[in-house]
Ligand binder design. Structure first.
Ligand code: B4P
Length: 192
């Protein structure tokens, strides 16, 4: 299965993706982690990525799509199923994902949307900022990230609803309870 974990910054995408991988053994691609690894290594790509991330902006679509294509090609085990964490973030990326999967004989099965109130998102990210060292976990950048999410990423919710692929999951409460709900949604699609 190919699963997208969708949600606002701080909605728990990374947290729940890790549990999904543990449970089902799919290949995990966090585009945020891929970019942060490049930043940590000081590569040219990392410098470009940092200039967007630290301002709370999205990396340009074409660049992000090329990076994803490269990651998929470098990991043939991804053909058995992927948890896409943080991708797609725009309609253009969503269209590109369909093409990338089709090219490899696959398709997107389900989009798990973690739905969390904005106040809670801000609290989580501010808390993470105390220890993460991330250039984007501060109040000013968090507000920009939420604006970008509302304007550019949230429209994907309707896009995937129209395709019958969107499964809303209440993303507040304990990590275990949220995961139990995600699991039941994934199991439902696995048995289809
Ligand atoms: P990401 O790395 O995807 O960062 P994120 O949206 O903050 O989500 P993350 O997965 O890290 O946090 P989570 O919600 O799990 O992206 C960072 C940046 O990279 C973007 O802003 C953008 O610039 C760039 N980028 C990435 N992908 C891109 C793309 N496709 N196109 C263009 N640009 C892209 O967790 C947040 C916190 O909440 C954690 O501290 C966690 O412990 C906590 N938490 C989780 N679940 C909880 C719960 N149930 N209760 C309490 N706390 C919880």
């Amino acid at each position: 299965m190919n699963i997208v974990i969708f949600g606002a910054p701080g909605s728990g995408k990374g947290t729940q993706s890790a549990l999904l991988i543990e449970e089902y053994g799919y290949y995990h691609i966090s585009t945020g982690d891929v970019l942060r690894a490049q930043i940590a290594q000081g590569t040219e790509l990392g410098k470009i990525a940092d200039s967007y991330i630290s301002k709370g902006q999205l990396i340009p679509d074409e660049l992000m799509i090329d990076i994803l294509d490269d990651v998929l090609s470098a990991h043939p085990e991804s053909a058995k199923g992927v948890v896409f964490d943080g991708f797609p973030r725009t309609i253009h990326q969503a269209d590109a994902l369909d093409v990338l999967l089709e090219k490899r004989g696959g398709k997107l099965d389900i989009v798990v949307g973690l739905e969390v109130e904005e106040e809670e998102l801000i609290e989580r990210l501010i808390n993470r900022g105390k220890t993460s060292g991330r250039s984007d976990d501060n109040m000013e950048t968090i507000k920009k990230r939420l604006d970008v999410y509302n304007n550019q990423t949230n429209p994907l919710r309707d896009h995937y609803m129209e395709q019958g692929k969107y499964e809303a999951v209440h993303g507040m409460g304990s990590i275990e309870d949220i995961f139990a709900n995600i699991k039941s949604v994934v199991e439902k699609h696995r048995s289809l």
